[in-house]
Ligand binder design. Structure first.
Ligand code: SAH
Length: 348
Protein backbone atom coordinates (compact mmCIF):
# COMPACT_ATOMS: atom_id res chain seq x y z
CA UNK A 1 0.00 0.00 0.00
CA UNK A 2 1.04 3.58 -0.61
CA UNK A 3 0.76 6.37 1.98
CA UNK A 4 -1.40 9.35 1.06
CA UNK A 5 0.15 11.46 3.85
CA UNK A 6 3.47 11.32 1.94
CA UNK A 7 2.07 13.87 -0.49
CA UNK A 8 2.33 17.66 -0.41
CA UNK A 9 -0.86 19.69 -1.04
CA UNK A 10 0.27 20.25 -4.66
CA UNK A 11 0.84 16.54 -5.21
CA UNK A 12 -2.53 15.77 -3.67
CA UNK A 13 -4.21 18.29 -6.00
CA UNK A 14 -2.55 16.65 -9.02
CA UNK A 15 -3.68 13.22 -7.82
CA UNK A 16 -7.28 14.33 -7.29
CA UNK A 17 -7.27 15.88 -10.78
CA UNK A 18 -6.10 12.57 -12.23
CA UNK A 19 -9.21 11.01 -10.76
CA UNK A 20 -11.26 13.70 -12.53
CA UNK A 21 -12.35 15.47 -9.33
CA UNK A 22 -12.34 19.25 -8.70
CA UNK A 23 -9.46 20.87 -6.74
CA UNK A 24 -11.62 21.67 -3.69
CA UNK A 25 -11.72 17.92 -3.04
CA UNK A 26 -7.96 17.99 -2.63
CA UNK A 27 -8.26 20.76 -0.03
CA UNK A 28 -10.92 18.81 1.85
CA UNK A 29 -8.77 15.73 1.77
CA UNK A 30 -5.62 17.52 2.87
CA UNK A 31 -7.32 19.22 5.78
CA UNK A 32 -8.93 15.97 6.91
CA UNK A 33 -5.67 14.07 6.71
CA UNK A 34 -3.81 16.74 8.67
CA UNK A 35 -6.49 16.53 11.36
CA UNK A 36 -5.48 12.88 11.70
CA UNK A 37 -8.56 11.47 9.98
CA UNK A 38 -8.52 8.28 7.97
CA UNK A 39 -9.44 8.35 4.28
CA UNK A 40 -12.76 6.65 5.11
CA UNK A 41 -13.69 9.41 7.54
CA UNK A 42 -13.25 12.29 5.09
CA UNK A 43 -16.39 13.33 3.18
CA UNK A 44 -15.34 13.00 -0.47
CA UNK A 45 -17.26 11.39 -3.31
CA UNK A 46 -17.76 7.64 -2.99
CA UNK A 47 -15.86 6.98 -6.22
CA UNK A 48 -12.80 9.00 -5.13
CA UNK A 49 -12.81 7.36 -1.73
CA UNK A 50 -12.91 3.90 -3.26
CA UNK A 51 -10.18 4.73 -5.77
CA UNK A 52 -7.97 6.01 -2.96
CA UNK A 53 -8.62 3.04 -0.70
CA UNK A 54 -7.57 0.67 -3.52
CA UNK A 55 -4.07 2.17 -3.48
CA UNK A 56 -3.48 3.95 -0.18
CA UNK A 57 -3.46 2.66 3.40
CA UNK A 58 -6.54 3.91 5.25
CA UNK A 59 -4.83 3.85 8.65
CA UNK A 60 -1.06 4.08 8.10
CA UNK A 61 -0.37 4.39 11.84
CA UNK A 62 -2.71 3.31 14.64
CA UNK A 63 -2.17 3.87 18.35
CA UNK A 64 -2.22 0.31 19.65
CA UNK A 65 -1.43 0.92 23.32
CA UNK A 66 -0.89 3.98 25.50
CA UNK A 67 1.09 3.96 28.73
CA UNK A 68 0.86 6.91 31.09
CA UNK A 69 3.76 7.65 33.40
CA UNK A 70 3.45 9.14 36.87
CA UNK A 71 5.05 12.33 35.53
CA UNK A 72 2.41 12.70 32.80
CA UNK A 73 4.66 11.40 30.02
CA UNK A 74 2.76 9.18 27.60
CA UNK A 75 4.35 6.36 25.71
CA UNK A 76 2.64 5.09 22.57
CA UNK A 77 2.97 1.76 20.86
CA UNK A 78 1.95 2.29 17.23
CA UNK A 79 0.94 -0.36 14.75
CA UNK A 80 1.71 0.37 11.10
CA UNK A 81 -0.67 -0.65 8.32
CA UNK A 82 1.54 -3.69 7.57
CA UNK A 83 1.60 -4.89 11.18
CA UNK A 84 5.04 -3.53 12.08
CA UNK A 85 5.37 -1.87 15.47
CA UNK A 86 7.05 1.40 16.39
CA UNK A 87 6.93 3.62 19.44
CA UNK A 88 6.79 7.25 20.44
CA UNK A 89 6.64 9.44 23.53
CA UNK A 90 4.79 12.63 24.44
CA UNK A 91 6.46 14.70 27.14
CA UNK A 92 4.80 17.62 28.87
CA UNK A 93 6.86 20.71 29.50
CA UNK A 94 5.89 24.18 30.64
CA UNK A 95 6.30 25.52 27.10
CA UNK A 96 4.30 22.78 25.39
CA UNK A 97 4.16 19.12 24.52
CA UNK A 98 7.09 17.44 22.81
CA UNK A 99 6.57 14.30 20.79
CA UNK A 100 9.47 11.96 20.12
CA UNK A 101 9.01 10.14 16.79
CA UNK A 102 10.58 7.03 15.25
CA UNK A 103 12.02 7.20 11.74
CA UNK A 104 12.66 3.50 11.07
CA UNK A 105 11.35 0.15 12.27
CA UNK A 106 14.41 -0.97 14.24
CA UNK A 107 17.84 0.46 13.47
CA UNK A 108 21.08 -0.83 11.98
CA UNK A 109 23.55 1.49 13.71
CA UNK A 110 24.37 -1.01 16.46
CA UNK A 111 24.98 1.39 19.39
CA UNK A 112 25.85 -0.78 22.37
CA UNK A 113 23.53 0.95 24.84
CA UNK A 114 20.40 1.16 22.70
CA UNK A 115 17.39 -1.16 22.59
CA UNK A 116 16.19 -0.01 19.16
CA UNK A 117 19.03 -1.68 17.34
CA UNK A 118 18.82 -5.11 19.05
CA UNK A 119 17.11 -6.76 16.06
CA UNK A 120 18.62 -4.58 13.34
CA UNK A 121 16.64 -2.53 10.86
CA UNK A 122 13.35 -3.97 9.61
CA UNK A 123 12.43 -1.14 7.22
CA UNK A 124 12.44 2.61 6.73
CA UNK A 125 9.32 4.63 7.50
CA UNK A 126 7.95 6.80 4.71
CA UNK A 127 7.56 10.54 5.22
CA UNK A 128 3.80 10.11 5.63
CA UNK A 129 4.15 7.33 8.18
CA UNK A 130 6.38 9.53 10.35
CA UNK A 131 3.90 12.39 9.94
CA UNK A 132 1.03 10.08 10.89
CA UNK A 133 2.71 9.40 14.26
CA UNK A 134 2.32 13.12 15.00
CA UNK A 135 -1.16 13.42 13.49
CA UNK A 136 -2.43 10.40 15.42
CA UNK A 137 -1.13 11.69 18.75
CA UNK A 138 -2.34 15.25 18.12
CA UNK A 139 -5.82 13.90 17.44
CA UNK A 140 -5.83 11.44 20.35
CA UNK A 141 -4.81 14.25 22.71
CA UNK A 142 -7.67 16.46 21.52
CA UNK A 143 -5.51 18.76 19.40
CA UNK A 144 -6.65 20.50 16.22
CA UNK A 145 -4.71 22.32 13.50
CA UNK A 146 -5.35 25.64 15.28
CA UNK A 147 -4.79 24.43 18.84
CA UNK A 148 -2.17 21.74 18.59
CA UNK A 149 -1.73 19.18 21.37
CA UNK A 150 1.74 18.48 19.95
CA UNK A 151 3.81 21.67 19.79
CA UNK A 152 7.35 20.32 19.47
CA UNK A 153 8.79 17.30 17.70
CA UNK A 154 12.08 15.51 18.27
CA UNK A 155 13.41 12.86 15.88
CA UNK A 156 14.91 10.82 18.69
CA UNK A 157 12.85 7.66 18.67
CA UNK A 158 13.89 4.41 17.02
CA UNK A 159 15.94 4.66 13.87
CA UNK A 160 18.70 6.85 12.48
CA UNK A 161 17.07 9.79 10.64
CA UNK A 162 20.02 10.23 8.28
CA UNK A 163 19.93 6.54 7.34
CA UNK A 164 16.50 7.37 5.84
CA UNK A 165 17.41 10.78 4.46
CA UNK A 166 14.88 11.43 1.67
CA UNK A 167 11.86 10.32 3.68
CA UNK A 168 12.97 12.33 6.71
CA UNK A 169 13.51 15.52 4.70
CA UNK A 170 10.11 15.12 3.02
CA UNK A 171 8.56 14.54 6.45
CA UNK A 172 10.18 17.72 7.79
CA UNK A 173 8.87 19.78 4.87
CA UNK A 174 5.34 18.42 5.37
CA UNK A 175 5.52 18.87 9.16
CA UNK A 176 6.55 22.52 8.94
CA UNK A 177 4.33 23.52 6.00
CA UNK A 178 1.68 26.20 6.48
CA UNK A 179 -1.82 24.86 6.17
CA UNK A 180 -0.82 21.52 7.67
CA UNK A 181 0.03 20.81 11.29
CA UNK A 182 2.64 23.54 10.76
CA UNK A 183 5.18 22.95 13.52
CA UNK A 184 7.98 25.49 13.13
CA UNK A 185 11.45 24.09 12.41
CA UNK A 186 12.63 25.95 15.51
CA UNK A 187 10.46 23.60 17.54
CA UNK A 188 11.94 20.51 15.90
CA UNK A 189 15.12 18.65 16.89
CA UNK A 190 16.79 15.97 14.80
CA UNK A 191 19.24 13.62 16.48
CA UNK A 192 21.86 11.76 14.45
CA UNK A 193 24.62 9.36 15.43
CA UNK A 194 26.86 11.44 13.16
CA UNK A 195 26.51 10.45 9.50
CA UNK A 196 28.80 13.16 8.19
CA UNK A 197 27.88 13.40 4.46
CA UNK A 198 24.18 13.56 5.35
CA UNK A 199 24.81 16.26 7.97
CA UNK A 200 26.56 18.41 5.36
CA UNK A 201 23.86 17.80 2.78
CA UNK A 202 21.17 18.65 5.33
CA UNK A 203 22.82 22.03 5.95
CA UNK A 204 21.79 22.97 2.39
CA UNK A 205 18.10 22.01 2.78
CA UNK A 206 17.17 25.27 4.49
CA UNK A 207 15.38 23.59 7.36
CA UNK A 208 16.70 25.48 10.40
CA UNK A 209 15.94 22.97 13.15
CA UNK A 210 17.95 22.01 16.22
CA UNK A 211 20.65 19.65 15.01
CA UNK A 212 21.62 17.21 17.72
CA UNK A 213 24.52 14.78 17.51
CA UNK A 214 24.98 11.70 19.69
CA UNK A 215 28.61 12.06 20.72
CA UNK A 216 28.92 9.95 23.89
CA UNK A 217 32.74 10.10 23.89
CA UNK A 218 35.54 12.61 23.35
CA UNK A 219 37.95 10.32 21.47
CA UNK A 220 37.37 8.15 18.41
CA UNK A 221 38.72 5.03 20.14
CA UNK A 222 36.36 5.39 23.11
CA UNK A 223 33.45 6.24 20.83
CA UNK A 224 34.07 3.18 18.67
CA UNK A 225 33.73 0.94 21.75
CA UNK A 226 30.05 1.91 22.08
CA UNK A 227 29.12 3.22 18.60
CA UNK A 228 30.15 1.22 15.51
CA UNK A 229 29.48 4.28 13.31
CA UNK A 230 32.63 5.81 14.85
CA UNK A 231 34.68 3.42 12.68
CA UNK A 232 33.32 5.24 9.66
CA UNK A 233 33.37 8.93 10.65
CA UNK A 234 35.76 10.62 13.05
CA UNK A 235 34.83 13.14 15.72
CA UNK A 236 36.88 15.76 13.83
CA UNK A 237 34.73 15.18 10.73
CA UNK A 238 31.56 15.43 12.82
CA UNK A 239 32.67 18.74 14.37
CA UNK A 240 33.45 20.09 10.91
CA UNK A 241 29.98 19.06 9.65
CA UNK A 242 28.42 20.78 12.69
CA UNK A 243 30.24 23.97 11.77
CA UNK A 244 28.94 23.70 8.21
CA UNK A 245 25.42 23.49 9.68
CA UNK A 246 26.06 26.46 11.94
CA UNK A 247 27.39 28.58 9.06
CA UNK A 248 24.40 27.68 6.87
CA UNK A 249 21.67 28.19 9.47
CA UNK A 250 23.08 30.27 12.33
CA UNK A 251 21.70 27.66 14.70
CA UNK A 252 23.90 26.40 17.49
CA UNK A 253 24.08 22.61 17.68
CA UNK A 254 23.63 20.20 20.53
CA UNK A 255 25.61 17.15 21.61
CA UNK A 256 24.05 14.29 23.46
CA UNK A 257 26.27 12.50 25.91
CA UNK A 258 24.84 9.48 27.71
CA UNK A 259 26.83 8.81 30.85
CA UNK A 260 27.90 5.17 31.12
CA UNK A 261 29.75 4.02 34.24
CA UNK A 262 33.31 2.88 33.51
CA UNK A 263 33.12 4.01 29.86
CA UNK A 264 32.80 7.78 29.53
CA UNK A 265 31.69 9.25 32.85
CA UNK A 266 34.88 10.05 34.82
CA UNK A 267 36.36 13.46 35.60
CA UNK A 268 39.04 12.89 32.93
CA UNK A 269 36.32 12.28 30.33
CA UNK A 270 34.59 15.52 31.29
CA UNK A 271 37.85 17.45 30.92
CA UNK A 272 38.57 15.83 27.54
CA UNK A 273 35.05 16.66 26.35
CA UNK A 274 35.39 20.27 27.49
CA UNK A 275 38.73 20.62 25.69
CA UNK A 276 37.21 19.18 22.51
CA UNK A 277 34.21 21.54 22.51
CA UNK A 278 35.78 24.70 23.92
CA UNK A 279 34.66 27.80 21.99
CA UNK A 280 32.16 25.96 19.80
CA UNK A 281 28.59 27.29 19.40
CA UNK A 282 27.15 24.22 21.06
CA UNK A 283 25.30 22.90 24.07
CA UNK A 284 25.82 19.54 25.77
CA UNK A 285 22.87 17.46 26.94
CA UNK A 286 23.97 14.94 29.53
CA UNK A 287 21.71 11.90 29.69
CA UNK A 288 21.74 9.36 32.46
CA UNK A 289 21.83 5.97 30.76
CA UNK A 290 18.51 4.23 30.68
CA UNK A 291 19.72 0.73 31.46
CA UNK A 292 18.61 -1.80 28.85
CA UNK A 293 18.12 -5.35 30.11
CA UNK A 294 19.76 -6.95 27.09
CA UNK A 295 22.91 -4.85 27.56
CA UNK A 296 25.29 -5.00 30.49
CA UNK A 297 26.14 -1.29 30.54
CA UNK A 298 25.50 0.62 33.75
CA UNK A 299 24.39 4.20 34.28
CA UNK A 300 25.73 6.68 36.83
CA UNK A 301 24.11 8.19 39.92
CA UNK A 302 22.41 11.56 39.75
CA UNK A 303 25.20 12.95 41.91
CA UNK A 304 27.87 11.77 39.46
CA UNK A 305 25.93 13.23 36.54
CA UNK A 306 25.87 16.64 38.25
CA UNK A 307 29.58 16.34 39.10
CA UNK A 308 30.28 15.76 35.38
CA UNK A 309 28.09 18.77 34.58
CA UNK A 310 29.99 20.92 37.09
CA UNK A 311 33.31 20.07 35.46
CA UNK A 312 31.98 21.02 32.02
CA UNK A 313 30.54 24.28 33.32
CA UNK A 314 33.75 25.26 35.09
CA UNK A 315 35.49 24.81 31.72
CA UNK A 316 33.01 27.24 30.13
CA UNK A 317 30.87 24.66 28.33
CA UNK A 318 27.10 25.21 28.17
CA UNK A 319 25.50 22.01 29.43
CA UNK A 320 22.49 20.53 31.22
CA UNK A 321 21.52 17.17 32.67
CA UNK A 322 18.43 16.07 30.81
CA UNK A 323 15.47 15.47 33.06
CA UNK A 324 14.63 11.81 32.88
CA UNK A 325 10.97 11.35 32.00
CA UNK A 326 8.73 8.34 31.72
CA UNK A 327 11.31 5.88 33.03
CA UNK A 328 8.52 3.87 34.67
CA UNK A 329 6.94 3.22 31.26
CA UNK A 330 10.07 2.16 29.37
CA UNK A 331 11.30 5.62 28.40
CA UNK A 332 14.39 4.68 26.40
CA UNK A 333 14.49 4.11 22.67
CA UNK A 334 13.11 0.80 21.54
CA UNK A 335 12.32 -0.57 25.00
CA UNK A 336 8.57 -0.59 24.50
CA UNK A 337 8.61 -2.40 21.18
CA UNK A 338 11.23 -4.87 22.42
CA UNK A 339 9.15 -5.56 25.54
CA UNK A 340 5.96 -6.02 23.54
CA UNK A 341 7.51 -8.41 21.05
CA UNK A 342 8.94 -10.42 23.93
CA UNK A 343 5.57 -10.63 25.71
CA UNK A 344 4.08 -11.97 22.50
CA UNK A 345 6.85 -14.54 22.22
CA UNK A 346 8.34 -13.01 19.07
CA UNK A 347 11.81 -11.71 18.40
CA UNK A 348 12.83 -8.07 18.43
N1 SAH B 1 19.65 7.52 15.85
C1 SAH B 1 19.63 8.83 16.41
C2 SAH B 1 18.38 9.16 17.20
C3 SAH B 1 17.83 8.14 18.14
S1 SAH B 1 18.43 7.96 19.74
C4 SAH B 1 20.86 9.07 17.23
O1 SAH B 1 21.67 8.18 17.37
O2 SAH B 1 21.06 10.19 17.69
C5 SAH B 1 18.20 9.41 20.68
C6 SAH B 1 19.28 9.56 21.74
O3 SAH B 1 19.13 8.61 22.81
C7 SAH B 1 20.67 9.32 21.17
O4 SAH B 1 21.56 10.26 21.70
C8 SAH B 1 21.00 7.94 21.70
O5 SAH B 1 22.37 7.73 21.68
C9 SAH B 1 20.37 7.97 23.07
N2 SAH B 1 20.08 6.67 23.67
C10 SAH B 1 19.69 5.53 23.08
N3 SAH B 1 19.53 4.56 23.98
C11 SAH B 1 19.80 5.09 25.18
C12 SAH B 1 19.79 4.58 26.50
N4 SAH B 1 19.48 3.33 26.76
N5 SAH B 1 20.12 5.44 27.50
C13 SAH B 1 20.45 6.72 27.24
N6 SAH B 1 20.46 7.26 26.02
C14 SAH B 1 20.15 6.45 24.98
Amino acid sequence: MKILQDLSPQELTALVEEYGEPPFRARQLYEGLMQGKTISEIPVSASLRQALLDTYADVPVRIKETFVSRDGTKKFLFELWDGNLIEGVLMRYRYGNTQCVSTQVGCRMGCKFCASTLGGRVRDLTAGEILCEVLAVNRAEGGTLKRRAVTNVVLMGSGEPFDNYDNVVRFLRNLTREGGICISARNVSLSTCGIVPAMKRFAQEEIPLNLTVSLHAATDAERARIMPVANKYTIAEILEACDVYFRATGRRYIFEYSLIAGENADEAHALALAALLKGKPCHVNLIRLNEVKERDLKGVSEKDAYRFLGTLERQGISATVRRSMGADVGGACGQLRAGYLKRKGGTV
